[in-house]
Design a protein around this ligand. Structure first.
Ligand code: ME8
Length: 511
């Protein structure tokens, strides 16, 4: 048995989940489901990043204590994942005592090893944004989103000796070409590592921020939120000494967006190296979702599509399918009402739904709903059988590279091939000829068994609809990933008709 560990970002719970969060979580969930179907022991982790200035500020604005505020929002994330069919094995919360214990132990170990030191930090501080800023970020002496220019602030901070790990990180990236995917992000990080990266400030004075994990040896400071959050990838496994850590960690893949590339490379790789934790196996970096106007989805622009509303309108499976098909992982791409409607009507209703409904209704019409036994497979069937045997490995290889859209595309090409087969074998003509009864049996059986393969191959993407299709085919859901041809739909079994993806009456034209 092989263990596989997949993580999503641990999201800030300062607001409701948006489509960008759904994009990352749906990708991680689909990868987890494929690997589970292929027989791996999988752990999928997501969670809530509950400390730090951002949450403290949002709680203050909502007139709530930070703990209660974070709790309420963490619950809304858990609920959102349920509604989007994202099924994590663990949901980590950075306010959990077990997590805080791991953070404290790691800090103490690093401090004892001389990896952490206290120094005066002086920098330009944006009061509006509550963070230090760099000269480069300023336009006319201030941040574009601020009213006032930043002030010079001096405060004692604990620092982690990140710079000391720079050469090691650079070598790691050079030696491990597939560590960060797609490759453009690896190149970006390699470039950053050519210049000094400095040490990392990992604490904030309590006068300024109370909402965080106390620095264990100096309670005048709390831990910087990123140092805390990154460790939530190991704390749920019982790091350092629980068996789950030994089993799952070596296989870990982190799924993140490009906005947090720097923290997941410079910060996290140096932290793990200093702690003696093996580096992650792979970092899968996504691009950004854009609104219908081609600009990054954001609340202030109001160009986003709410994931839960979209799941309600189009169905959760159509939303999951659209997310992976429409925006190739690693690149920026648009998600709008129009693109979801198109994918639903064209790929799902016209191609897949139509194949299912006409195959099932022909079995009902010509064979009273009873699955016929196939007779002689001719060249047309042989070609489909070969493709159906090849597809699981083709799909899995793409999944391993997080090319989920390409994997689904391969299956949908097979669906198109099956629609062509329906047209060329013309069962409605065969049905009129009493001498062609055996041939009709073979064609109908081939369609049903091929649909069963499609349902398996797409189940990780659209678990609800594909389980429904399996029920209509009279096959109980269960392990069926690489069931040989002929072992799925059983002759003599009963099928049911249905419409899998009702077509939206006229694309609404809402963007
Ligand atoms: O950064 N398009 O949390 P976060 C695509 N707590 N993906 C997007 C997106 C968009 N427009 N907007 C956000 C944090 N995302 C930290 C993480 S991990 C130890 C700590 C996705 O709530 C994308 O995956 O701001 C991005 O990396 C993540 O949401 C950031 O979520």
């Amino acid at each position: 048995m092989t263990y596989r560990y997949i993580t999503t970002p641990i999201y800030y719970v300062n607001d409701r989940p948006h489509m960008g969060h759904a994009y990352a979580s749906v990708h991680a969930d689909i990868m987890a489901r494929y690997l589970r179907a292929a027989g791996h022991q999988v752990m999928l982790l997501t969670g809530a990043d509950e400390h730090g200035e951002k949450i403290a500020k949002a709680a203050k604005e909502a007139n709530e204590a930070p703990g209660a505020f974070a709790e309420r929002h963490a619950k809304s994330f858990e609920e959102a994942w349920r509604r989007l069919a994202v099924e994590p094995d663990r949901f980590v919360r950075t306010t959990a005592p077990d997590h805080a214990r791991v953070v404290s132990e790691c800090l103490t170990r690093l401090f004892d090893a001389g990896e952490i030191y206290l120094a005066e930090y002086e920098g330009l501080y944006s009061v509006g944004q509550e963070r230090y800023v760099t000269e480069k970020e300023l336009v006319d002496g201030k941040l574009p989103e601020d009213k006032e220019p930043p002030v010079v602030r001096r405060e004692p901070n604990y620092f982690f000796r990140m710079e000391a790990h720079r050469d090691w990180m650079r070598q790691l990236l050079l030696d491990t070409p597939d560590l960060i995917q797609p490759a453009q992000y690896r190149n970006e990080v390699l470039k950053l590592l050519e210049e000094p990266i400095g040490d990392l400030s990992i604490s904030r004075p309590v006068e300024r921020l109370e909402w965080g994990i106390p620095i264990p040896w100096d309670t005048r400071h709390v831990t910087y939120v990123w140092f805390d959050a990154l460790l939530s990838y190991v704390s749920p496994l019982g790091y350092p000494d629980q068996p789950a850590f030994a089993h799952f960690w070596p296989s870990v893949r982190h799924v993140i967006g490009k906005d947090i590339l720097r923290t997941h490379t410079l910060f996290w790789l140096s932290m793990t190296h200093a702690l003696g934790i093996a580096p992650y196996r792979r970092l899968h970096v996504s691009g950004h979702l854009l609104g219908a106007d081609g600009r990054k989805m954001s609340k202030s622009l109001g160009n986003g599509v709410d994931p839960l509303a979209a799941a309600h309108t189009y169905g959760v499976d159509a939303l999951r399918y659209t997310l992976i098909r429409e925006v190739s992982f690693g690149f920026d791409g648009i998600i709008s009402h129009a693109v979801i409607e198109q994918r639903l009507n064209r790929d799902l209703a016209d191609d897949l739904g139509n194949l299912a409904s006409r195959s099932l209704s022909m079995v009902v019409k010509y064979r009273g709903g009873v699955v016929p036994a196939p007779k002689v497979y001719e060249a047309a069937e042989q070609a489909l059988i070969v493709r159906s045997r090849e597809l699981p490995a083709v799909v899995l290889a793409l999944v391993e590279e997080m090319k989920l859209g390409r994997a689904a595309e391969q299956v949908m090409e097979f669906v198109k091939q099956l629609n062509v087969y329906v047209a060329s074998s013309a069962p409605w003509t065969l049905a009129k000829d009493p001498h062609a009864a055996g041939r009709l049996d073979t064609v109908l059986y081939t369609l049903l068994e091929a649909l069963y393969s499609v349902s398996n191959l797409l189940c990780p993407v659209m678990p609800g609809k594909m389980t429904e299709l399996q029920a209509w085919l009279g096959v109980s859901a269960g392990p069926g990933w690489d069931r040989p041809w002929g072992e799925g739909v059983k002759p003599g079994g009963i099928v049911r008709e249905g419409i899998l993806f009702p077509k939206l009456a006229g694309e609404t034209g809402i963007e």
